[in-house]
Design a protein around this ligand. Structure first.
Ligand code: LIP
Length: 266
């Protein structure tokens, strides 16, 4: 079996088990364990428990790999491969009981930095719906045995788009200005609250495009590979006002350039 396929199979297996634990804890009742950078940036005990499960399963299967997780940080392995993990993406939705959250697991090669890594495999599992989106480098993106393709929507005019807003309220004026530039040309806008699902939906043709500033590596590592393997484009753009808060844009080829032009300014 090719390495990318082996990594994808492991990502799928662990994401499914981890998603089952997340769903169980949700049904039992979820408490916010801590607030991180802002009132919107929270962590639950389930986030921590699910990431611990994921980390232990991956280490048991591939002990020489590195790990980079939202809740437990990272360590470099010996194999040159790093697992980039968001145990519960859409944490606020999860805490409020909104059925829009996912387990995101990606395997990357090289430096564990988004602008340098090579994505090899990824899985985005949605426990509320049971949908497993997955991809292996060069082998396409898939959902329930169906190969995914981004929409062939010919332009940003009339496109169904999605976005998100960062945790820092000081950045919301720019985010809302960006929405103001996009809305006049869009069919409509959705804000799901889980970047990995936003990206999976672009790959599946449920959105024509997605844009958001300030995503963390674990938010987009798996979803970006889904988009690319589904024939879409994904880019990270440093903006002049704050290069440490890059803009991410994902879309099909007909929408991408116009969407990037409309969003790639502070
Ligand atoms: C979330 C992202 C979402 C963004 C939220 C938050 P988390 O990740 O998936 O797109 O708008 O602000 O960053 O914190 O739920 O893992």
């Amino acid at each position: 079996m090719a390495l990318v396929d082996e990594l994808a199979e492991l990502a799928i297996e662990v994401a499914r088990e981890a998603g089952g634990l997340a769903r169980l804890r949700r049904e039992e009742g979820v408490a916010i364990a801590a607030t991180k950078s802002s009132i919107a940036d929270i962590v639950t005990e389930a986030d921590r428990e699910v990431e611990t499960l994921i980390r232990s399963r991956l280490a048991a299967a591939r002990p020489d790999d590195g790990f980079l997780g939202e809740e437990s940080g990272g360590d470099r392995g010996e194999s040159g491969i790093t697992w980039v993990v968001d145990p519960i993406d859409g944490t606020v939705n999860y805490a409020y009981g909104i059925p829009a959250y996912a387990v995101s697991i990606a395997a990357v090669r090289g430096e564990p930095a988004p602008e340098q890594w090579e994505a090899l495999a990824g899985a985005v599992f949605s426990p509320p719906t049971g949908e497993m989106f997955h991809a292996a480098q060069g082998a396409g993106a898939w959902l329930s045995g169906r190969r995914l393709e981004v929409n062939a929507h010919p332009s940003a005019a009339g496109a169904l788009l999605a976005t998100g807003f960062g945790y820092n309220p000081a950045t919301h004026a720019g985010d809302l200005a960006r929405v103001g530039r996009v809305m006049p040309m869009a069919r409509d806008l959705r804000r799901i609250g889980a970047a990995s699902l936003d990206l999976a939906f672009v790959a599946a043709g449920r959105f024509d495009g997605y844009f958001e500033r300030g995503l963390q590596p674990w938010d987009h590592a798996a979803g970006a590979l889904l988009v690319i393997e589904a024939g879409g484009r994904f880019v990270r753009v440093d903006l002049a006002d704050n290069p440490d808060r890059p803009l991410f844009v994902a879309a099909g080829p007909g929408v991408f350039d116009e969407l990037l032009a409309a969003t790639a300014s502070p």
